[in-house]
Design a protein around this ligand. Structure first.
Ligand SMILES: *[C@@H]1O[C@H](CO)[C@@H](O)[C@H](O)[C@H]1NC(C)=O
Ligand SMILES: *[C@@H]1O[C@H](CO)[C@@H](O)[C@H](O)[C@H]1NC(C)=O
Ligand SMILES: *[C@@H]1O[C@H](CO)[C@@H](O)[C@H](O)[C@H]1NC(C)=O
Length: 291
């Protein structure tokens, strides 16, 4: 007889529990955002039923949204100070919109939609990944041991400053208008005088951007290893060196001329003095003799 209240309690407690299921599948939706820009996590409302509230959370509860009902505007309470002033909720489903993304915003997000009439909740999961927009790639040329007759063997290396994760590099070479792509950040190339002009450019891509460098020519590198990255500075250096040498010679020439003019005036007096001294020595006591 004592079993009956227990059974009743068990049934009641089960009824009181919320049934969980998540959207279409268990896998979170992958969302990609750009650093310092904004992103939306789209929320679907699968029911025609009235929604009591929506709870958005990340590591902790982010915000609670109570949708508008007749006569009452929606109420939104942002509970995580990290998102204060940076989030809004896009109607009609109150999708989460985050502005000015930072690296700390990446990770998992959940939206829990609680329905007014039934005890059923839906849970939607997201995984937000954040990338930086890539800047112009750098190209570095490493020369191998120079071969015979001006042939050169080089490694072209492509890199991007603060590249971050998931960056792929592709070298594109053009020869006779035909384009060839080589995956990877390092490309080995061989060139000898008389070879056709081959242009190379590098493309860096990540999930939010791709950027291609200006083309460079292999032959120019081989003929003049400073080209074109240092060409301007090299010629400037040569010019500066030339000017400095000119200036040095100029000063030296002026200096010599000045000295000559001065010594020409002094020379006769000095000679006379020396002669007088010699004469004095001859007249005076003779120097000690060795004999
Ligand atoms: C975006 O966030 C950074 C810090 O994460 C802040 O320095 C910057 O001022 C913010 N920009 C805007 C437009 O709010
Ligand atoms: C270029 O250099 C690499 C090593 O740096 C070497 O393995 C390769 O044989 C060289 N190629 C030619 C054509 O000299
Ligand atoms: C590169 O980005 C542009 C937009 O900036 C896009 O249209 C293009 O498809 C992208 N190309 C690759 C290979 O990712």
């Amino acid at each position: 007889m004592a079993a009956l209240p227990w059974l009743l309690l068990l049934l009641l407690s089960q009824e009181g529990e919320t049934d969980w299921y998540s959207g279409d599948g268990a896998d979170p939706e992958e969302v990609v955002g750009i650093l310092r820009e904004s992103v939306s996590l789209p929320l679907e409302m699968p029911f025609d039923e009235e929604v009591e509230n929506i709870i958005w959370s990340s590591h902790i509860r982010l915000a609670t949204v109570v949708p508008e009902t007749e006569g009452h505007p929606a109420t939104i309470m942002v509970t995580d100070p990290h998102y204060e002033g940076r989030v809004n909720f896009l109607e009609p489903t109150y999708s989460l919109h985050i502005q000015n993304l930072s690296w700390e915003d990446s990770g998992s997000y959940q939206a829990q939609v609680n329905l007014r009439t039934s005890q059923v909740s839906t849970m939607q999961q997201y995984n937000l990944r954040i990338y930086r927009r890539l800047s112009q790639p750098y190209m570095t040329v490493n020369f191998g041991i120079p071969g015979e007759e001006g042939a050169c063997n080089m490694s072209l290396i492509c890199s991007v400053e603060n590249a971050g994760l998931d960056v792929t590099y592709t070298w594109i070479s053009w020869e006779d208008g035909a384009e060839t792509a080589h995956e990877g950040s390092i490309l080995r190339a061989f060139w000898r005088p008389g070879d056709k002009a081959v242009s190379y450019s590098c493309r860096a891509s990540n999930p939010v951007s791709n950027i291609t460098s200006h083309p460079i020519q292999a032959g120019s590198f081989c003929a003049d290893p400073g080209y074109p990255l240092e060409k301007a500075s090299t010629s400037f250096c040569l010019l500066a060196k030339g000017l400095l040498i000119l200036l040095l010679f100029g000063t030296l020439a002026v200096g010599f001329w000045f000295l000559r003019v001065q010594t020409r005036g002094k020379a006769p007096r000095m000679r006379k003095l020396k002669r007088n001294r010699m004469r004095l020595r001859k007249k005076g006591q003779p120097g000690p003799s060795l004999n």
